[in-house]
Design a protein around this ligand. Structure first.
Ligand SMILES: *Cc1c(COP(=O)(O)O)cnc(C)c1O
Length: 420
């Protein structure tokens, strides 16, 4: 079995006391190739003379890590065909690579469908996994032979009957996602009673083609019982569907998988499938997003300003301002509850990629806009002292980052990506 998690004793300093924390931290994807790309790029920048924007933040994308992630998926969940949720990161290199590796796609809008079709990929590789679709998008799906979608309400059935009546339908059920950091069942998914008492009979009356069940347990869960419950509920719905002459044969277990917890979550999936879907020839699919891409992207940012602080209760040495933030590539802090980890790439003593000195100096880190909400971290310990002109890097920023940037306050959102 592949070991993907490292047990590390992490030392942090809090209120000037050294505390040993015995907990698991994700193995951060740092390798020589990423470091070389980061350093090569910033050494080219002459900060005294460069054009405005030359010192913008930039990504390094490690395509090999995406390959590894797909391999890990195939090793641990060999029965489950992944459909990458492209909203997570619509980078074309990434999508092309995933296609080559045999991954299919989860699209939620007309544009996302077109992204896949314009690359020349088959429409049969798409699940249109949005249970609340615009009418014109449903017609667009029909014209383009996108024939698998999700539904969680009766009105959606009438829309499909009218605009795409032979589309295959997965009933999206609600999950118990209270424990998840990004909850989805507050917005999507019907409960089992609604599925059985309303959706199945009406779909039957309308002559629609219900072929299975879908769910999403939310993202950032620590306890994977929600997966077990959702697969158990799916079984109940598969059995109930027979009474309405639907012979369900697709189970879509959604997304929410994270690299750091994949051993546990994939085990829960396998055990639950063995318990509830062992003897059936049901096609199993999933919609992972972040799992494939999060650890493949590292962001480098430039320190543009600094404000030293007098001695304070929080022991923050100074405030540093960088040229990316929550209105840019770190919108994931607001939208996806992520907490990006900062490391020093370069300071006056040179380059420090992959150097792990004891982190001793605390900073608050701020984005470049004029909004007080644009805070990257209210307290980060850095391993070295930094000044204006130095560079930081943030590993693990491939998911829900570049795809949701804004141009607020006149900052551009066309971050350069270097591939290794
Ligand atoms: C966002 C989303 C996903 C992907 O979620 P991850 O947490 O990135 O794995 C999958 N399916 C649906 C329906 C989604 O909305």
């Amino acid at each position: 079995m592949t070991t993907i998690i490292e047990n590390t004793t992490t030392k942090i300093i809090e209120n000037d006391k050294l505390i040993n924390l015995d907990y698991q931290i994700p193995k951060i994807n740092e390798n020589f190739a990423i470091g070389k790309a980061l350093i090569d790029h910033i050494t080219l920048i002459d900060h005294e003379e460069c054009e405005a924007g030359d010192e913008d933040s930039f990504f390094v994308c490690d395509l090999n890590q995406i390959k590894k992630n797909v391999e890990i998926w195939k090793n641990h969940l060999p029965r489950i065909q992944p459909h990458y949720a492209i909203k997570c990161n619509t980078n074309i290199e990434v999508i092309n690579l995933l296609y080559k590796l045999g991954v299919n796609f989860d699209c939620a809008s007309k544009n996302e469908i077109d992204t896949i079709l314009n690359l020349g990929f088959e429409s049969s590789k798409i699940v249109y996994a949005n249970p609340c679709k615009t009418n014109s998008f449903i017609r667009h799906a029909k014209i383009n032979n996108v024939n698998l979608t999700t539904v969680d309400n009766v009105d959606e059935l009438y829309k499909l009957a009218k605009f795409h009546s032979n589309c295959k339908i997965l009933i999206r059920i609600m999950t118990d996602d209270e424990d998840a950091q990004c909850r989805l069942s507050t917005k999507f998914g019907c409960d089992l009673n609604v599925a059985i008492e309303q959706i199945l009979p009406i779909a039957q009356n309308l002559g629609l083609n219900v072929v299975g069940v879908a769910f999403h347990v939310g993202s950032g869960a620590k306890d994977f019982k929600s997966i077990y419950k959702a697969i158990r509920d799916s079984r109940i719905l598969f059995d109930a569907a027979k009474k309405f002459d639907f012979n369900m044969n697709i189970l879509d277990i959604g997304g929410g998988f994270e690299f750091e917890t994949f051993l546990e979550s994939s085990k829960m999936v396998n055990d639950s499938i063995d318990e509830f879907f062992a003897s059936t020839d049901v096609k199993l699919i999933a919609e992972p997003g972040r799992f494939f891409v999060a650890n493949a992207f590292t962001l480098a940012t430039h320190i543009i300003a600094k404000r030293s602080l007098p001695k304070n209760e929080d022991n923050i040495n100074s405030m540093i301002y960088i040229n990316d933030g929550v209105y840019g590539n770190m919108n994931c802090i607001l939208f996806d509850h992520q907490k990006p980890l900062a490391f020093v790439l370069k300071n006056k003593d040179g380059y420090h990629y992959m150097e792990r000195e004891l982190k001793t100096i605390s900073y608050s880190i701020w984005g470049p806009t004029c909004d007080g909400l644009d805070c990257v971290s209210s307290k980060s310990f850095l391993n070295y002292k930094v000044e204006v002109g130095d560079w930081l890097y943030f590993p693990n920023l491939g998911a829900y980052t570049s795809c949701a940037t804004t141009q607020f306050n006149g900052f551009k959102n066309d971050t350069k990506i270097l591939y290794v």
